[in-house]
Ligand binder design. Sequence first.
Ligand code: SAH
Length: 459
Amino acid sequence: MAKKKWQAPVKKNQILDVTITDLTYEGMGVAKIDRYPLFIQNALVGEDCQVKVVKVLKKFAFAIVLERYNDADSRVPLRDENGLRTGTMPLQHMAYPAQLAFKRQQVVNSLQKQGLLEQTEVLETIGMEEPWHYRNKAQIPIGQADGQLYTGFYRKGSHKLVPMTDYQIQLPGIDQTLQKVLAILNQYPISAYDEDAHQGLLRHLIVRQGYYTGQIMLVIVINGQNLPEEDEIVDTLKAQIPDLVSIVFNINQKNTNVILGQDQRVVYGEDAYEDRMFDLRFKISSKSFFQVNTSQAEKLYHQALTAADLKGDEVVVDAYCGIGTISLCLAQSAKEVYGVEVVSDAIDQARENAQINGLDNVTFKAGKAEEVIQDWVQAGLKPDVVVVDPPRKGLAEDFIQSVLEVQPEKIVYVSCNPATLARDLVKFVDQGYQLGKVQPVDMFPQTHHVEAVVGLTRN
Ligand code: SAH
């Protein structure tokens, strides 16, 4: 008998009534037809909606809400519909306490999947008092309409630039700076870059602002070597934006969606601005990673420091250290800190930051954490505490093995991805480490991203 070809239970453009029963980790509503899931944006658990199927795949389909028959208790009015269209604020329809609970649940789910829930407790997510206008960095594509340059964001899955001026989640100083820069650039014959045609000059504006210092860095990304009347433009920018301390022209003439090009010219100040965390000063260059939510990063680091519980005589490794933010916090209460990071620019900056803050008990090394830690271990380094803050993909297997070899008293894991966090924790727990409580921290309100900290202690 010929096997009947499997068919999805819904068709494209089909209209049907559904009840939302779950949320994906990205915060999309889930409704099931038999066992086949529909993923639906702007829909919360308990809501009954009429939806239209827009895309059908083998294991799931996407649908959009045509009509919502009832509101979940956690629903709040949209602040800006463009934040859903462009994906900048996919959770904005959820009340903030519900967002925090949702994020905690992501951590719980990941730990449960790995069988770790019995050995720990997941605390309530630490949120922001005012969960808006928090980002200290914006990378904004530029469009043009009727000859005027404008800021916006791409509609999800397209090259169509939706005009936006108040992004709701960026520091107000950043939104204001973007509009001032555009008003100035609009006085000159400057074309916006068109991704499809690979033509036009102005690609992106990147604005970073020190949350505590107010200092502003502006990076202008161009598909060319120069702007017209460049000196005049730079003078006007300086005159009209008093907090500006650095202007960088980044040259990106490639047909790519990578924002920054290799070459750049600093046309004002140096390639750095400054911000603070706790009582430490940090210089940050245009290419360096810096936590985008400064005040929440302080809360996150505070949790990491508490878990490290330093007495002053410890040797500490800070892996995936970036520009040395966590390393320097640790150095204030440890004997010695060793930081490792793969971006060598960031390591240069980490060293400069140690100097600026008068901390001489920190050693930084550029390289892959999994390789450098092996070198250190072979050279006889015996860390008492190992702090890790890896990217989303989590820890490399060799890295974990090296840590297990030296058996530090404590391991502190700062994670931006609960799934890889749980996967990695199992390996430490299996080798006799005991899990402390897991503390989620909300670094990215209105988005689905979750950050969490947990300490492990050797049994
Ligand atoms: N702890 C820092 C940075 C965390 S972001 C802070 O809080 O500011 C993660 C960092 O890991 C990034 O700086 C990234 O460049 C770095 N990284 C990514 N893969 C790495 C690897 N294999 N080895 C070392 N560092 C790596």
